[in-house]
Design a protein around this ligand. Structure first.
Ligand code: HEC
Length: 108
């Protein structure tokens, strides 16, 4: 009897823990999307269908076709300026970068 009770408790704990992780994951993506909306959407398409407002700026959903999006982590932290003549320089905080990468991955 006692073991059954314990098992039940563990199962409950596991369920609660995993659903919290899911929610955290979702809110990271949401944060990343907000960053993109705020800083990048003026030129880049940040959704799964529309063309970029600035034609020469690649839609974010196509970035992973060129390189793993994790490669952007460094660029974003050091200040991204690679081959962006018309793009202002950006520098993100480490937790913003994590959110942003998660958001990019959600577009793949
Ligand atoms: C004012 C317009 C503008 C804004 C705002 C902008 N970009 Fe860009 N971005 C460009 C243009 C134009 C290109 C294509 C430049 C090129 O290929 O040389 C580009 C290309 C890129 C690339 C591809 C670079 C490569 O070499 O593959 C990445 C990644 C990128 N932008 C990230 C971002 C991020 C992240 C933001 C927001 C924080 C952002 N951009 C905001 C105009 C912009």
């Amino acid at each position: 009897m006692r073991t059954t009770g314990l098992l039940l408790l563990w199962t409950l704990l596991l369920v609660v823990a995993s659903s919290t992780t899911h929610r955290l994951e979702a809110s990271s993506i949401e944060q990343g999307r907000r960053l993109a909306q705020l800083y990048c959407a003026e030129c880049h398409s940040i959704d799964k269908v529309s063309p970029s407002p600035l034609r020469i700026a690649p839609p974010f959903r196509t970035l992973h076709e060129r390189y793993p999006v994790e490669m952007l982590e460094e660029a974003l932290g050091e200040g991204i300026s690679t081959g962006h003549p018309s793009m202002p320089q950006f520098q993100f905080e480490p937790d913003q970068i994590g959110d942003f990468i998660k958001f990019l991955k959600s577009l793949e």
